[in-house]
Design a protein around this ligand. Structure first.
Ligand SMILES: [Zn+2]
Ligand SMILES: [Zn+2]
Length: 150
């Protein structure tokens, strides 16, 4: 289940649809992204964490990231790294997906803006107060309608 946001610029008409959360294929997505992370495709740090905590897992939920420097908005998997609270992971996690209550956060993944190389900020929830500006003209973007997906 995911929530989509539609961002609208009243000044120049720019619109952007973003989808946060996860879809019904979450377990599949998670498996695929975990494999990539283990291989180091998301950077050396995640690879290192998987080597240190082989039972760990990543959060593949989509989040919205915003670059204050160049106003880029991206929707990406969080890739925060978790490890089991106990000694080992529950075997059922492989079938049903990890129960995040049984895991604890080890490290948050730093999202770097592909556009300018600055760290991006995670936006938990788009509200009227969220200062996300239009990449085209710099005007404050407004929340359009919410979209539900999956
Ligand atoms: Zn605009
Ligand atoms: Zn940027």
């Amino acid at each position: 289940m995911g929530i989509g946001y539609s961002l609208v610029c009243r000044k120049c008409g720019y619109t952007r649809n973003l989808f946060a959360g996860c879809g019904m294929m979450y377990n599949e997505v998670l498996r695929e992204k975990s494999e990539k992370a283990r291989r180091g495709e998301y950077g050396a740090r995640l690879k290192e964490l998987f080597e240190k905590y082989p039972d760990g897992c990543i959060d593949a939920m989509n989040n919205i990231y915003y670059c204050k420097d160049c106003r880029a908005v991206e929707c990406e998997s969080s890739l925060d790294f978790y490890k089991p609270k106990g000694d080992e992971r529950n075997a059922e996690d492989d079938i049903f997906g990890p129960d995040m209550n049984e895991y604890e956060l080890v490290e948050k993944h730093e999202h770097i803006c592909a556009n300018c190389g600055m760290p991006m900020e995670e936006i938990m929830r788009l509200t009227d107060e969220t200062p996300v500006c239009c990449p085209e003209c710099g005007e404050l973007l407004e929340n359009g309608h919410m979209l539900m997906w999956d």
